[in-house]
Design a protein around this ligand. Sequence first.
Ligand SMILES: [Zn+2]
Length: 69
Amino acid sequence: MMKLDIQMFAVPDHRVSKTRKRMRRSHNALEIPGMVKCPNCGEMIKAHRVCPKCGTYKGKTVVAPKEAE
Ligand SMILES: [Zn+2]
């Protein structure tokens, strides 16, 4: 008996154009969830938390800011 090694795999009908490829990948960017810009100093901070850099929350200074830098 003859043994046939036939492998089936997907064969694309058409080449994907640069535009279609880029449109598909427009959703692939990684994002940092829950991060927001501090309205006082512009640093990226965790949302709903006191800014660790300038020590403000809701426009008021809550804790003493770090003196470094
Ligand atoms: Zn800040």
